[in-house]
Design a protein around this ligand. Structure first.
Ligand SMILES: [Cu+2]
Ligand SMILES: [Zn+2]
Length: 282
């Protein structure tokens, strides 16, 4: 490509920059532009910059620059370079925005995330209440996949088959006992039992709970339950049917027996948990 052609190409591209400029502006205003549209325009600019630079080198060596005023050519290069630079920055932020919300472990485990919560009896456990321990384990195959949860708990009175509520609470804060975990984790401001961590009731058998359930909660993105707490309660959850204010807040599930903080883990615990459940079934 000669310098003369570059000028024409650039003018054509200048026409095509109108959408780019509009894209950037409307992007800020919040209107819908697909990432691929921006990518197309940006990719073109980046290629144009590379080509213009190569051609400039080439024409300089073949001394064909004399027909072109050097200043305007440099100005063109700067303009194109500026657009290309903006594009690179834009592309970079656009491409990684969603993925920045994913913990890097998701890549390591084929897109899935695993988490674990090591249950301990509340440090403020009133006398006479059972001391519950064990694990709550999480696996989610991707941001859109359902969250699977394994409950592997022990320490309940063997003789009694009383249902116990388990929920995710807001804070991963255990100093001062399980009350420090706050209320139910409720990112969308809805009534109980519509919270993402309202797991419902579990009836222990032989002093333990071994169960797998799926939940609406997620390990991905801004509403991730990572770093929040799982709480085991003294009583059964009334599932919002109690007819009082507490029922729509927490299901009147009573005092907090045990709690733990959800943290990222490898798949090892999850796989072990499944085997444990299988063994107990056989
Ligand atoms: Cu609770
Ligand atoms: Zn709830």
């Amino acid at each position: 490509m000669q310098l003369h052609n570059l000028g024409i190409a650039l003018r054509r591209q200048t026409d095509a920059t109108a959408p780019l400029i509009r894209l950037n502006l409307t992007g800020r205003d919040g209107t819908h532009i697909t990432a691929s549209q921006i990518q197309l325009v940006c990719n073109f600019f980046v290629k144009l910059v590379v080509k213009a630079e190569t051609d400039f080198q080439h024409t300089r060596t073949t001394e064909k620059t004399r027909n072109m005023p050097p200043f305007s050519f440099l100005l063109l290069l700067v303009l194109v370079g500026f657009q290309g630079h903006s594009c690179e920055r834009f592309l970079h932020s656009d491409e990684s925005a969603a993925q920045r919300m994913w913990p890097p472990e998701a890549k390591a485990f084929g897109g899935a995330l695993y988490a674990t919560c090591k249950m301990r009896a509340s440090t403020k456990l009133p006398a006479g209440l059972p001391s519950v321990s064990g694990y709550v384990l999480f696996k989610q195959d991707g941001p859109e996949a359902p969250l699977q949860v394994q409950f592997l708990l022990r320490g309940f009175p063997e003789a009694e088959g009383r249902a116990r509520a388990i929920h995710i609470h807001q804070y991963g804060q255990l100093a001062g006992g399980c009350d420090a975990t706050g209320g139910h984790y409720n990112p969308r401001g809805v009534d109980h039992p519509g919270h993402p961590g309202d797991f419902g009731n579990f009836v222990p058998s032989q002093g333990g709970i071994r169960a797998t359930r799926s939940a609406d909660a997620t390990l991905f993105g801004g509403e991730s339950v990572l770093g929040r707490a799982v709480v085991v309660h003294e009583k059964e959850d009334d599932l919002g049917r109690g007819g009082d204010a507490g029922s729509l807040l927490h299901g009147n599930a009573g005092r907090r027996l045990a709690c733990c903080v959800i943290g990222i883990s490898s798949p090892i615990m999850w796989d072990k948990g499944l085997k444990k459940q299988q063994r107990s079934r056989n």
